[in-house]
Ligand binder design. Structure first.
Ligand code: THU
Length: 140
């Protein structure tokens, strides 16, 4: 069972650490590993723009680099600076982050929870957000 409210709260906690002087768009993510551990991530921007890392990938790279291999779900929250929780739009993972998820997650089972607050969220499988995914299987 996924504790969705806890995962969303952890994403909001991570959002506080984002480094976003260029966009002022603040994203937080909380990734649940099969071990039960939660890995938090925020977006980290850069003056050269392309080195910017999204919150979701920050969480994934932290987890992979700490030995976690299987993943259950990720919660994502994001809004422009100053927008209160529950207001603003849902922040869905960008295409690059979806591709990184496809590298490490089961397309049919991995859950992506996109939240405005702990009460208002959408839930998708990775396959729903990345149909016809290109994965390592294509290279066999
Ligand atoms: N961003 C994320 O962190 N995750 C997403 O899925 C969408 C975009 C960040 C990247 C950049 O720092 C800011 O949001 C604006 O694009």
């Amino acid at each position: 069972m996924i504790n969705k409210k806890l995962l969303i709260e952890k994403a909001f906690d991570a959002q506080k650490f984002c480094y976003t002087p260029y966009s002022n768009f603040n994203v937080g993510a909380a990734l649940l590993g099969a071990s039960g551990k939660i890995y938090q991530g925020c977006n980290i921007e850069n003056a050269a723009f392309t080195p910017t890392n999204c919150a979701e990938r920050t969480a994934f790279f932290k987890a992979i680099s700490e030995g976690e291999k299987d993943f259950t779900a990720i919660a994502v929250v994001g809004n422009k600076e100053g927008v209160k929780a529950g207001e603003g739009d849902f922040c869905a993972p960008c295409a690059v982050c979806r591709q990184v998820m496809a590298e490490f997650c089961n397309l049919k089972n991995f859950k992506i929870i996109i939240a405005k607050s702990t009460d208002e969220y959408l839930e998708y499988t990775l396959e729903e957000l990345l149909p016809l995914a290109f994965t390592g299987k294509n290279l066999d």
